[in-house]
Ligand binder design. Structure first.
Ligand code: PHE
Length: 345
């Protein structure tokens, strides 16, 4: 009878020895099934209870075997789990000293840098940005701007048409016609419209069928050409340097009266005369004028009450002067060797 107590003791020793040799989770699982599970050999000892005389001693021996083996089993289980985790951490370790693969990023086009700079200057003066749209109607691109269908100035602004009425805008001035006619209540306006314009042009070093302009428009009571001059002078100083001066030369645009070309004193030679300003000391940078009363009226503003000024800057021209770029086509070729040279602020 004592044999069963001994057998329990033997089984305990055997199980603990077997456990020593278990090295992985699969082995541990097999061990559990063999010794500790419901049908395993340790709980299986209990069927002998009925044959044993000293039931208390036998029960104690079985209990001891179960508790000790279970404790060792749990210990082993934890150790194996830790080992697995460590192995996983090791295999997934990242060497942070390795140099990263450089990602290639693009670069802001220099004409966009000029748009951003000009926009910043006018935002500081309280202007809002109204970009308008590239596809326009004849009405907004021409008619509301005092250019009826038979107007000779249309010859210089031939463009790409979609049917009779839709076209790619030839000037960002179309955005001022939108803004004025779409104001529900006719209130003062201070806006700029940066964006693309299109004209049928022979593409060469200084002409492109697609280019960028920035239109400016101010409409209010009592606006005079003095306001136009002061605004553009401030702009020229902020854009080209505090020492710059501007001069206005008389010109013609159908939508402004009077109209002017605005020159800025040469920022390369300071006005003495150099190759950049072709010896004149002045560089032409934009067209401007007082909004023609007919335009105000066509867009719903009473010209007896309101007056205004408008101006249009050629973006690529300013960028070419500022950065010494010789060919306008470079802006649209997306050649990274060219683009990367311009400083992003
Ligand atoms: N829209 C004119 C052009 O493209 C420029 C301009 C704008 C002139 C506003 C006067 C006022 O040539």
């Amino acid at each position: 009878m004592e044999d069963y107590i001994l057998a329990a003791e033997e089984l305990r020793k055997e199980a603990l020895a077997r456990l020593e040799n278990v090295t992985d989770e699969k082995g541990l699982e097999e061990f559990y099934v063999a010794y500790l599970a419901k049908k395993g050999s340790i709980p299986g000892l209990m069927i002998h209870m009925k044959d044993v005389a000293d039931k208390a001693a036998f029960g104690a021996a079985v209990n001891k075997a179960r508790t000790e083996v279970t404790a060792s089993y749990e210990e082993k289980k934890a150790a194996l789990a830790e080992k697995a985790l460590n192995a996983k951490l090791l295999s997934e370790r990242i060497d942070i000293t390795l140099p990263a693969t450089p990602t290639k990023t693009g670069h802001v086009n220099p004409y966009r840098l000029i748009i951003d700079e000009v926009t910043d200057i006018f935002l500081q003066m309280g202007y809002e940005v109204c970009e308008g749209r590239d596809v326009e109607t004849d009405k907004f691109n021409f008619e509301l701007l005092n250019v009826p269908k038979d107007h000779p100035s249309r010859d210089m602004q031939d463009t790409f048409y979609f049917g009779d009425d839709y076209l790619l805008r030839t000037q960002t001035s179309a955005a001022q016609a939108h803004k004025m006619s779409e104001m529900a209540e006719k209130k003062p306006i201070r806006m700029i419209a940066p964006g693309k314009a299109y004209r049928r042009d022979d593409d060469d070093m200084t002409h492109s069928h697609q280019f960028a302009q920035i239109e400016g428009l101010v409409v209010d009571k009592g606006i005079s050409i003095a306001n136009l001059k002061a605004t553009l002078e401030l702009f020229a100083k902020k854009m080209f340097g505090q020492k710059r001066e501007i001069r206005l030369r008389s010109s013609y645009f159908p939508f402004t009266e009077p109209s002017v070309e605005v020159d800025v004193s040469c920022f390369n030679c300071g006005g003495k005369g150099c190759a950049m300003c072709k010896g004149t000391g002045w560089i032409e940078i934009l067209g401007a004028g007082m909004v023609n009363p007919r335009v105000l009226e066509a867009c719903g503003y009473d010209p007896e009450v309101y007056s205004g000024f408008a101006f249009g800057v050629g973006v690529e021209r300013v960028a070419m002067l500022r950065y010494g770029i010789d060919d306008i086509r470079r802006f649209y070729q997306n050649d990274f060797r060219f683009l990367k040279d311009y400083p992003v602020k």
